[in-house]
Ligand binder design. Structure first.
Ligand SMILES: Cc1cc2nc3c(=O)[nH]c(=O)nc-3n(C[C@H](O)[C@H](O)[C@H](O)COP(=O)(O)O)c2cc1C
Length: 349
């Protein structure tokens, strides 16, 4: 997992089943670390004893090894590794996981834990993202994400207007409050049927000054999207009205400009706070789709790459029936890093 912004660069090392996982970064501005906020963000990603999450419980205690102007390095020990769960899957790629594509890359046949493609590495994104969130918070910029859909049950969406409840998600929550039970019921049903289910996470950046980003090739949308697509299982990104623009007319989709108390305001926000690749002073709003977790207990068709035969498999081991709730802080972390990079690049910090 690596990403290069205009100022910030990070790289991760280790895999789901290695002794530890490591993140290094350069290009961060001067900062202090809010350990409590970092732990809180990691806690929102942590697997708990819930219907939707893996039974692999990890403490996720980050150890900051170096944090100065030049270099940031943090590690998290992997404790709860059970590679034996994958013995039956030697040479048998899990459909729609990274296994077969990784085999094409380097010939590997051991797919234990998903290797470097595992969602486990997103804990590291939360470590760095928490640093970014904290720097942004100091500048009055908040990044909040929440679950807006699980398997067809839709909850709060920025398209209907941002609420305080959504924005407070960036501190602690994850669900659209009124829909938590309904959403959990869909996940429960999927888990009971040894299946998995996808969903949508939405995110809002509030307090961002105008003119952050860049035209043409340096667009703010491009920068945010490029980091979001690092997140495993994230398959689509839209800003503002997003795919809704395809069926819209300009007279409805355009966001009117008005004077209010002597200042220019953009009355609605179908643009998702970005025009021409630059922030326009409105909140940046975006939605992402997560695919259903590839590892499911239901019978699936695959192949045995060693024997060169078709195989039917039922995946055992510990997997999330729905990764969406755990991915919410990861989205926040990724967006915060991209926005910080754009602010640094534009001299807005
Ligand atoms: C927080 C998180 C946890 C994940 N847990 C699992 C899991 O338990 N089982 C699984 O098959 N995939 C899991 N994934 C998704 C896979 O890592 C991902 O689907 C796979 O690497 C293939 O990448 P792609 O879906 O982006 O193509 C998880 C993803 C995230 C973000």
């Amino acid at each position: 997992m690596k990403w290069r912004g205009d100022k910030i660069y990070f790289d991760t090392f280790g895999t789901s089943h290695s002794r530890e996982i490591i993140i290094t970064a350069t290009g961060l501005p001067e900062h202090t670390i809010d350990k409590e906020a970092m732990e809180a963000l990691l806690d929102r990603r942590r697997a708990k004893n819930t219907v939707y999450s893996t039974k692999r419980m990890e403490e996720d205690v980050p150890v900051i090894k170096r944090d100065d102007e030049m270099f940031f390095r943090a590690e998290i020990r992997n404790h709860n590794v059970r590679s034996g769960d994958y013995n039956d899957l030697y040479g048998i790629p899990r459909p729609s996981h990274a296994d077969y594509a990784a085999h094409l890359m380097d010939g590997r046949l051991d797919f234990s834990g998903g290797g470097e493609f595992s969602g486990r590495l997103t804990a590291l994104l939360c470590v760095l993202g928490s640093v970014a969130k904290n720097i942004l918070k100091g500048k009055g910029v908040t990044v909040s994400a929440w679950v807006s859909e699980i398997g067809g049950v839709t909850g709060a969406t920025y398209k209907d207007g941002l609420t305080d409840e959504m924005l407070s998600c960036g501190e602690a929550g994850k669900w659209t409050p009124a829909k938590e039970e309904e959403m959990l019921a869909v996940i429960e049903r999927a888990a009971a049927e040894k299946d998995s289910v996808g969903g949508r996470v939405e995110c809002a950046v509030v307090g961002l000054p105008g003119a952050v980003g860049g035209g043409s090739f340096g667009s703010l949308e491009g920068k945010i999207a490029s980091i979001l697509y690092i997140i495993p299982a994230l398959k689509a990104v839209e800003f503002g009205l997003g795919f809704g623009f395809a069926s819209a007319f300009g007279s409805v989709a355009n966001d009117p400009l008005r004077m209010k108390d002597g200042a220019v305001t953009i009355v609605k926000n179908d643009a998702g706070g970005i025009n021409g690749g630059l922030s326009n002073g409105n909140p940046v709003t975006l939605g992402v789709a997560f695919r259903p977790t590839p590892s499911i207990g239901k019978k699936q068709q695959s192949v045995d790459l060693v024997a060169g035969e078709d195989r039917e498999i039922k995946i055992k081991g510990r997997h999330d029936a729905c990764i969406v709730p755990r991915a919410v802080p990861v989205v926040e972390a990724a967006v915060a890093i991209a926005v910080l990079d754009a602010m640094l690049e534009g001299g807005k910090l």
